[in-house]
Write a protein that binds this ligand. Structure first.
Ligand SMILES: [Fe+2]
Length: 230
């Protein structure tokens, strides 16, 4: 029914979104199921400029990650940012991102415990293998920062199908948002062989992966991981 469609749910959640966000959504990419949202104009100009100057120098095939973490209670840890910047970002963007998680995977929202806010700098020839994201990632959010043009994120219909079915296109200050599903949300990324590629990964996470498996309906994995409490 129409009122249960992804776009209807996003519309209902949109009261929680910052005014500068331009949000769109889709259930699939070229016929392959992959529910996701796109947020253009994710950061304010001031935030974007603060972030873009933190890009690391990398060699052709290299990846460098600057880590930051924001806990549910507001505690922050960071290799690169001062605490006020991160707490400001968290206060502003965590509620609307949780609202998006509610749209994509409602049962996962109560599992939220911390956010990553990592800066990922990769060289022109760096390639990241096809994967579905680890279960502790409740909501995966990548925001493309530098340069003006590059490859975005490739979408795949199999772990060993190297040729992508489509691509979430790169645009500066665009966020690609999804909630991982076991063996389904298969994606990869690689720069364009010419330029470095710099983005922010701002994931909402839990420490209890087995509960995330339960929320997804992966009951065998829930049992397997739950026994080990991981
Ligand atoms: Fe990923």
């Amino acid at each position: 029914m129409e009122q249960h469609s992804l776009s209807a749910k996003v519309y209902q959640a949109s009261t929680a979104f910052p005014e500068h966000w331009k949000v769109s959504c889709a259930e699939e990419v070229n016929g392959v199921a992959f529910p996701h949202l796109i947020i253009d104009n994710f950061f304010t100009t001031e935030e974007f400029n603060q972030i873009r100057q933190r890009e690391a120098d990398v060699k052709d095939k290299e990846i460098k990650i600057a880590h930051s973490l924001i806990r549910k209670n507001g505690e922050v840890k960071s290799d690169v940012f001062d605490a006020p910047f991160l707490t400001g970002v968290d206060r502003k963007y965590r509620p609307p991102l949780l609202a998006m998680l509610g749209v994509l995977s409602k049962k996962k929202t109560s599992l939220y415990e911390f956010s990553d806010f990592h800066l990922i700098s990769t060289g022109p020839d760096y390639e990241h293998a096809i994967h579905d994201d680890i279960p502790k990632k409740l909501l995966s959010v990548v925001i493309y920062i530098n340069p003006e043009q590059n490859n975005g994120t490739f979408i795949h219909d199999g772990r060993y199908t190297k040729e992508p079915v489509g691509e979430i296109e790169w645009k500066q200050n665009r966020a690609f948002v999804f909630s991982r599903l076991d063996r389904k949300t298969l994606h990869s990324y690689a720069a364009n062989k010419v330029d470095n590629r710099f983005c922010v990964v701002y994931n909402l996470n839990t420490y209890k992966a087995f509960k995330a498996h339960w929320a997804e309906g992966n009951f065998l994995k829930f049992l397997e991981k739950g026994l080990k409490y991981e």
